[in-house]
Design a protein around this ligand. Sequence first.
Ligand code: HBI
Length: 95
Amino acid sequence: MTIKKLALEDIQQRLPQLNDWSLRDGKLYRAIQFNTFNAAFGFMTQVALMAEKADHHPEWLNVYNRLEIWLTTHEAGGITERDFSLAHQMNLLLM
Ligand code: HBI
C-alpha cells in the first residue's frame, strides 16, 4: 500500500495538537520517563500489539524506566498520517 509523506508545513500545523511530541531528525519524537522498568515495558508491550495490528512499527530505545520513540514511515521516506495516528494512540494509552 502506498502512502504519501506529509509536507513539512502539514507536520508543523498538526504538531500542536499532538501533546509531548516534537520533530527531530525528520521524525516524530517523544521521550517518556516511567516510574519503573515494568511500567515502561508494559507500555511497550501494549504498543507492540497495536503496532502489529496496524502494521506500523515504532523505532524506540528503552533504558530502564526511560523510553525514546521516533516515528517515521519507511516506505514513504518521511512522516505520514500513520505516524500521527500511532503517536495519538500512544498518547491515549498514557492518559
Ligand atoms: N513501520 N514505521 C514503519 N514504516 C513502514 O514503512 C513500515 C512499518 N511496518 C511494517 C511495514 N512498513 C510493512 O508494510 C512493510 O515493510 C512490508
